[in-house]
Structures are given as structure tokens and as C-alpha cells.
Design a protein around this ligand. Structure first.
Ligand code: 0A1
Ligand code: ZN
Length: 871
């Protein structure tokens, strides 16, 4: 419906407006306090009248008290709203019967039965820089209601267990807003009066090429959900909208999925393979939410992982089926280790289902999402694919159309399979990454092999003492021929349990570790095996074992489980890096052992291996992962050691790496297909190593790759390689890249990030300058995440000993908070782990947190992270 709406309100604005006295202190909300609402909303009719100065929102709510004769007041949430009119059963509400403060509209003296509530509110979307509620992005109106944004649009009981049916009408000037989209099926559209001239240039039609990958991904996701879970899409319409200004990745609004542009738009010249893969996963993720999130939703926000953990699991599985399963698993586990483990070990540690929050936005975390997905994966490991499917079927049968809890999901999995899950629910309530230790023993006389497990869950804020967890451990035993030994029985808990796969001895079995200490003894084991423990990474734990370096090399060469092959290499690399870090700290010369170099060489040159697997296997563990394993994190030492190893490997394997680059070139047109993806992954990893050599020959090579690249994946990888070699060429290429691609804002964000992450000492000044670059805009979250977020990734400059990096971030957090609290609070979280560093850095970071907390008008978002970090 398109026309310019001229507001001629019949109702005068109400005399009573916001009572500012109730600007109360941040309030913590607890899961244990959950109560059913006193009033249900059966139906809500919305009418938006979009305007340039102000927007009016008319809501008509059909209210029904939970208990007939309810006398309780009806408390509606509302933030930054101007109340224009308020009626109950068609009659203006008198001044004594309602009260408005900065967060609520409270109604008293309500009718005893059902009634209608009609409220008109006025909002200013064009001034809304928080990007929640109704706001403008690139001239278009858009909404973001999860978690608590709807209260910035109308007065409402803004909580997920209000299961109303909605109708929504939108009126706007057709010349400015030619496309109007809402949720659900379209009932009616039309023109209200002679429309203004149609403005072609303002339509959001994108170059078909940039959206074709998203369309491909959507179709693939729809088919996958039908094939794997029997879940069909249920409406006639499905819209995908790209928005340049968006706090998060995307949003699953029913039939109207909204995406951060960077997770929809892709062409070979503007997106890398990693972007293409992310789009596939996120398009899938939002689509899968139609069942896990929309048709079955959360009772309250504490249950967020019910939909997010499950949907991340579903998108991970989808991406695995569309590409390489082991490589996807390696990537997901690396993310968990690099981001979730540190969170679980810091002041913001919280269970997959948090017990309390001040701002729910702060709990859209790697713990709720990624660890939550690991929890869902454990159900599947324990039940097998068909048992898991039975559980999912029962979950939908029981709860379609409901708002439920994590217990409901657990019960569906258990009941559909008659399963005994003992204390599995602890995964939802206990924070902290469990440490699992394994000690092995072979008895050559009895031909038995024993594995003794012990576990410890570290204390976390508010949870000093923990119970042992239920840890599923997939396990195989390798014989000296490198093959899996057949496993027929295991002695455990005083019982002999048979292990079989349809009557055949198994090659991998899943042990159920549930106690603090527990032993499993395998029978009929002819020789001392090498155990492959936690195959496929079946539980989100830190594993320690008594495997020797020789065992690890053996697994790296032979394990039939590709994940554990990679893992063996990583364990070796982590040990090596930690040893070198200690050498560095004692001013000893750094020496890289030959066995490690040979190991990397044999993987690099093994043509039987998947190329993407090789790329992953020759990549060293991240700096964050190593710091996370240290008593006192030492950014200088970790950075120096990782750079040293990379350089040494590059020098020792220069020919092999150079050949890898040459042999994996192609002049074919870019395709996001498996073969080409693998080739580019390996080529780019090899080029990155060579760039670390900082020599003229390698600079020429990288420059050649940069100039001849036919796609961004290879062009940007060459730029990254060149970026490591300071000098004129580097500066010229960075300028050339900007000049050629300056109109592609998503690409320019990568250019910002690359410069921000630089470890060239003193780079903070360059980053400060980039804040004034014409392409930078503090109001756009993607730009902030690239430049300021990128800077946080520089070990040398963010953690600079003179405190310049911390000061830079501290100042920016205060500035950003005034614009967009959600983004500011994501940035401030870089300070959360300040206690992990040396005393000098601790003092510098602490001073910034204190400065931030003292800032005027601080948001609840930043307050929560900063104050919990200091506690
Ligand atoms: N439910 C979305 C994530 C999301 C959460 C909050 C947002 O606005 C502040 C936006 C998106 C998802 O998991 O896809
Ligand atoms: Zn989600």
C-alpha cells in the first residue's frame, strides 16, 4: 500500500508523558523468577504509517487474562516511545489508570474478562542508531525485534511466551518505499491514492549475480531440511532481505529473513570462498529456524540455546553435507577453542542456559550458540542418526506451535528412544570447559587394554563447585599396522558390555563417561594399541592424555578418523609452541625441531590427502589458543614464536610451498565448487607461508598472484601475503586495492580489517587515521567490527606495553556506546580477560574498564560486560 500518509490524528497527545524518575539502576533478571504472564495476547493488529519525521504505529491487542477476574496490573514494556493514545475497549484510559516511565506503561483498573487495548505510539526511526526496533538503513526502514527490540516499536509484553497471531499493515510513500514487506502471507496490497512518481533508482533490485549464491543456498537448505528431517516450508512466500546496517549476522523473521548484507551478497570479485561458505551456512541457519525457533520457540530468553544451539547444529550438518565433513568439523572445533573456551574460562563464563542477565543481547554468545550446538551433537552421538531423528520428530509432534524449554527438548530425545541420559542436563546448567584426563595401560599377559578417565570442571563465576558431567567419548584403537582394531567387548562398572555394530565388532565405540573417575577395560587386544580418543570431537572438553609424541605422529599418519589425524598434529604443534614460548621467555635461542618440519613436509607433499585438509593440517594453532593454555598469557612471546615457526617452515619448505602455489593455479572462471575451493585453500595457505619470508623473490611471487587473480579469494590472499612484507610495494598494493574496489563497501571492510590487524609496532596511529577515512562510518557495525574489531586481533598493538592499544579501545567504546550499545558491548568484551596478562597490562586494562564504567549515561549493555569483567 503506497501513498504519502498525512497524519491527522483525531486524538490529542495525552498530557501525561514519561516519568523520568524511574531511570533505575541496571537490574539483573533471573531464570528462577520466571512466571507465566497474567495476561495473554490472542491477536495483535498492527498498522505502520511510515514518515520522514515521525512514524506512527497503531496497535490493537486482544487481551485475555490467564485467570478470569485477574486484578493484577498489565505491565507493558516500552522504550523511547511517545504515547499518543491509549484505549481499553474503545474508551480513552483516564490518567489515574495508567502510568508511563522510561521502561514501562502500566495499566490498572482493567476489565475482569477479555478486552481490547488500542495504543498509538510515535517513533523516530531515522534517529535510531541502536539498530534495534524500527530503524533506517541506507534509506530503507527495517526492524529488529529479537531479543528486546519490539518494545522500541510499541508498548507490549515483550517476551517470547506471548504467542499472539498478528496482522500487519504498512503504509508508506511509494516513491520512497516501493517495496513493503512484512511477515507471513500477503493478504492484500494496493494504492490508497494517486501515487507519486515511481522512483526506479530507489528500488532494491540487486545485480542478479550477487544474489545467485544466496538463492542457490536457500534452495539447497530447503531440500536438505526435507530430506534429512522431513521438515517442509509452510508458507507461500519467503523473502530474503539484505541490510547494510545490522548488528548481527541475520534474523529469522518468519518468511522475511533479514541479513547483514555481507551474508547475502556475493560475486567472485567481491566475496571470498570463506564468504561464500558463510553465506551457505547462514542462509541455511535462518531458514532452519523456521522450524527450530519459529514453529517451536523459546518460553523465555534463558532458553535461547534451545533454538540457537539446535539451529547452529543443523546448519553445521547442512554445510558438512554440502562440502567436506571432516574439514567443516575441524573449522567448527577451532572456532570453539579460539573463542568459546576463553569465554568459558573468563569472567563472562555462563552456562549454555544462563541463570541470569542484565541485557539479553549480551548472551548471544559462542557459549549459547557454539557450545549449545555441541550439546545437541552429543545427543546425536549417543543416539545415532536414526535415534536423533526420532527425538526430533517427537519434539515437533509434541511442541509445534508452542514456546518451550530445554527440558522439553531433552525429554523428547529421551522418550523417543527410551534412553538413559543420567546427568546430561548438567551441560545446560554448569559453565566451564571440563578437563578430561586419560591414562592408558596395556596388559600383555591378559591381553587387556585399560583407559582410566578422570574429569574436573573448573570453577566459574557463581559456580565454585561442580558435579561430574556426562561425556560421550568416541574411541578407536589402532594396531601397529595403522588399522583400527576390531572392538568386541569392554569391561566397565563391574559389567562386561558387548560392543558391536550390527553383530560385527566395532571400529569406533562411544564410551559414556559419567563419573569423576572411571575405568574402561578392553578385552582381546593382541598388542599395545595407540588409542584414538574423542574421535570427531564428540564432547566440548579439554582432553589430556598420556599419548607420547611417537603416538601422536602415528595417529597423524594413520588414524582413520580424519578429525583426529588433524588433532594429533595440533597437539604436537601446541606442545612445541608452548615449549618455544618458554624458551623465548628465558631468552634462549629459538630452534625448530627437524621432526616437526618433516611432519609438515610429509603432509604438504601427500597427494592422497584432500587439499583443504592439508591446508588445515599445516596451519598452526591460533595465537589465542596458545595464550589460553598459559598460566600468564604473554602476547609478545606467543606472537614471536608463532611468527618464528611460520618463517622457519617457509624457509625450510620454500620449494615445496612454491610448487604448491604454482601447481594450484588456474585461469578458469571462478566457481564455488569443491575441487576449486580445495585448490584455492591450499594455494593461499602456501602463499601465506611464503609471504612470511619477507624476501624479494616471494614479494614478486605474491605480486604476480595479486595481479593475475581472477577472483577475490586469490587476490585478497595475495594482498595478505604482501601485507606481511613492509615497504613501498606493500603500500602501493594496498592503495591499488582501495582504488580499484572502493565502491564495493564489503570489500573495503576487509581492507580496513587487514590494516587494523597488522602487527607492525605502532600501528595504532594508522588505525586512528583510518577512523577518519571517508569510507569509515562509526554508525555501521560491519565497519566497526572490521577496523576496531580487527585491531583487537593484533597481539602486538592491542596489547602494546605502553597501553596505547587499550587506551584506543577504551575511548572508542565510550564513543560507540552513545551510538550503538550492542556494538559497543561487543567491543568492550576484549578487556574481559585482563586478569590473564602480566601485572603491568592488568593495570592498564583495568584502568580502561574503570574509565568506561565512570562514563556518563553508560548503557546497560556495556555496564554488564565491564562490571562483570572487573568483579
Ligand atoms: N536470531 C538471530 C540472531 C540475532 C539476534 C539479535 C539480533 O539483533 C540484535 C539480530 C539477530 C540468529 O541466530 O540468526
Ligand atoms: Zn540463530
Amino acid at each position: 500500500i503506497g501513498r504519502r500518509f498525512i497524519c491527522s490524528m483525531a486524538t490529542e497527545p495525552l498530557p501525561k508523558q514519561v516519568d523520568e524518575t524511574n531511570m533505575d539502576a541496571p537490574k539483573e533478571i533471573f531464570l528462577k523468577d520466571y512466571k507465566e504472564p497474567d495476561y495473554f495476547f490472542e491477536k495483535v493488529d498492527l498498522n505502520f504509517q511510515l514518515g520522514e519525521e515521525t512514524t506512527l504505529v497503531f496497535s490493537k491487542i486482544f487481551v485475555s487474562p490467564r485467570v478470569e477476574g485477574c486484578l493484577a496490573p498489565l505491565v507493558l514494556d516500552g522504550v523511547d516511545l511517545k504515547l499518543i493514545s491509549l484505549k481499553v475497549n474503545g474508551k480513552e484510559v483516564k490518567g489515574d489508570d495508567f502510568h508511563v516511565d522510561s521502561r514501562h506503561l502500566t495499566l490498572s483498573s482493567l476489565p475482569s474478562g477479555k478486552f481490547t487495548l488500542e495504543i498509538v505510539t510515535e517513533i523516530c526511526p531515522q534517529k535510531n542508531t541502536s539498530l534495534e526496533g524500527l530503524y533506517k538503513s541506507s534509506g530503507n526502514f527495517c526492524t529488529q525485534c529479537e531479543a528486546e527490540g519490539f518494545r522500541k516499536i510499541i508498548f507490549y509484553q515483550d517476551r517470547p511466551d506471548i504467542m499472539a497471531k498478528y496482522t500487519c499493515r504498512i503504509e508508506g510513500d511509494k516513491s520512497l518505499y516501493p517495496v513493503l514487506l512484512s511477515n507471513g502471507n500477503l493478504i492484500e496490497e494496493g494504492e490508497l491514492e494517486e501515487s507519486k512518481q515511481y522512483a526506479e533508482s530507489l528500488t532494491q533490485n540487486l545485480d542478479p549475480c550477487t544474489r545467485s549464491h544466496a538463492m542457490y543456498s536457500l534452495k539447497a537448505a530447503m531440500k536438505w531440511d526435507e530430506d534429512v528431517f522431513g521438515l517442509e516450508y509452510d508458507l507461500d512466500l519467503f523473502n530474503v532481505v539484505a541490510v547494510p546496517d545490522f548488528n548481527m549476522g541475520a534474523m529469522e523473521n518468519k518468511s522475511l529473513n533479514i541479513f547483514n548484507s555481507k551474508l547475502v551478497l556475493a560475486s567472485p570479485e567481491t566475496a571470498t570462498d570463506a564468504d561464500y561458505a558463510a553465506i551457505l551456512g547462514v542462509i541455511g541457519h535462518e531458514f532452519f529456524h523456521n522450524w527450530t525457533g519459529n514453529r517451536v520457540t523459546c518460553r523465555d530468553w534463558f532458553q535461547l540455546s534451545l533454538k540457537e544451539g539446535l539451529t547452529v547444529f543443523r546448519d553445521q550438518e547442512f554445510s558438512s553435507d554440502m562440502g567436506s565433513r571432516p574439514v567443516k568439523r575441524i573449522g567448527d572445533v577451532s572456532t570453539l577453542r579460539s573463542y568459546q573456551f576463553p569465554q568459558d574460562a573468563g569472567p563472562m563464563a555462563h552456562p549454555v542456559r544462563p541463570h541470569s542477565y542484565i541485557k539479553m543481547d549480551n548472551f548471544y554468545t559462542v557459549t549459547v550458540y557454539e557450545k549449545g550446538a555441541e550439546v545437541v551433537r552429543m545427543y546425536k552421538t549417543l543416539l545415532g542418526a536414526s535415534g536423533f531423528r526420532k527425538g526430533m520428530d517427537l519434539y515437533f509432534k509434541r511442541h509445534d506451535g508452542q514456546a518451550v524449554t530445554c527440558e522439553d527438548f531433552f525429554a523428547a530425545m529421551r522418550d523417543a528412544n527410551g534412553a538413559d541420559f543420567s546427568n546430561f542436563m548438567l551441560w545446560y546448567s554448569q559453565a566451564g570447559t571440563p578437563r578430561l584426563n586419560v591414562v592408558s595401560n596395556y596388559n600383555a599377559v591378559a591381553k587387556t587394554y585399560s583407559l582410566k578417565f578422570s574429569q574436573e570442571v573448573p570453577p566459574t563465576p557463581g559456580q565454585p563447585i561442580k558435579e561430574p558431567m556426562f561425556i560421550p567419548v568416541a574411541l578407536g584403537l589402532l594396531g601397529s599396522d595403522g588399522k583400527d582394531m576390531p572392538l568386541s567387548s569392554v569391561y566397565h562398572d563391574g559389567k562386561l558390555e558387548s560392543i558391536s555394530n550390527n553383530g560385527q565388532p566395532a571400529q569406533t565405540t562411544v564410551l559414556r563417561v559419567t563419573k569423576k573417575e572411571e575405568e574402561f577395560v578392553f578385552n582381546d587386544i593382541p598388542e599395545r594399541p595407540v588409542p584414538s580418543i574423542l574421535r570427531g570431537y564428540t564432547a566440548p572438553v579439554r582432553l589430556d592424555s598420556d599419548l607420547t609424541d611417537a603416538d601422536l605422529h602415528f595417529l597423524l599418519a594413520n588414524d582413520s578418523d580424519e578429525f583426529n589425524r588433524w588433532e594429533a598434529g595440533q597437539v604436537l604443534a601446541r606442545k612445541l609452541m608452548l615449549n618455544l614460548v618458554s624458551d623465548y621467555q628465558q631468552n634462549k635461542p629459538l630452534v625448530l625441531n627437524q621432526q616437526f618440519i618433516n611432519g609438515v613436509k610429509s603432509i604438504l607433499c601427500d597427494s592422497s590427502l584432500d587439499k583443504e585438509f592439508i591446508a588445515k593440517a599445516i596451519t598452526l594453532p591460533g595465537e589465542g589458543e596458545i595464550m589460553d593454555m598459559m598460566e600468564v598469557a604473554d602476547p609478545d612471546a606467543v606472537h614471536a614464536v608463532r611468527s618464528f615457526i611460520r618463517k622457519q617452515l617457509a624457509a625450510e619448505l620454500k620449494n615445496e610451498l612454491h610448487n604448491t602455489v604454482k601447481n594450484n593455479r588456474t585461469s578458469e572462471k571462478y566457481e564455488f565448487d569443491h575441487q576449486n575451493l580445495l585448490r584455492r585453500a591450499l594455494k593461499n595457505t602456501a602463499l601465506g607461508y611464503l609471504g612470511s619470508l619477507e624476501d624479494a623473490e616471494m614479494r614478486e611471487l605474491a605480486l604476480h598472484e595479486y595481479k593475475t587473480a581472477t577472483n577475490l579469494t586469490e587476490q585478497f590472499a595475495a594482498l595478505v601475503a604482501l601485507d606481511q612484507i613492509p615497504g613501498k610495494v606493500r603500500d602501493e598494493v594496498l592503495a591499488d586495492f582501495y582504488n580499484k574496489l572502493q565502491h564495493e563497501y564489503l570489500v573495503i571492510n576487509k581492507w580496513f580489517a587487514l590494516q587494523a590487524m597488522s602487527n607492525v609496532p605502532g600501528n595504532v596511529e594508522n588505525v586512528r587515521k583510518l577512523l577518519d577515512h571517508p569510507a569509515f562510518d562509526m554508525r555501521n557495525p560491519n565497519k566497526v567490527y572490521s577496523l576496531i574489531g580487527g585491531f583487537r586481533g593484533s597481539l602486538v598493538n592491542f596489547h602494546a606495553k605502553d597501553g596505547s592499544g587499550y587506551k584506543f579501545l577504551g575511548e572508542l567504546v565510550v564513543q560507540l556506546d552513545k551510538i550503538n550499545p550492542q556494538v559497543a558491548s561487543r567491543m568492550v568484551s576484549a578487556f574481559s580477560r585482563w586478569k590473564r596478562y602480566d601485572e603491568m597490562r592488568q593495570n592498564l586494562a583495568k584502568a580502561q574498564l574503570e574509565m568506561i564504567l565512570a562514563a556518563n549515561g553508560l548503557s546497560e549493555n556495556v555496564f554488564e560486560i565491564a562490571s562483570k569483567s572487573l568483579a
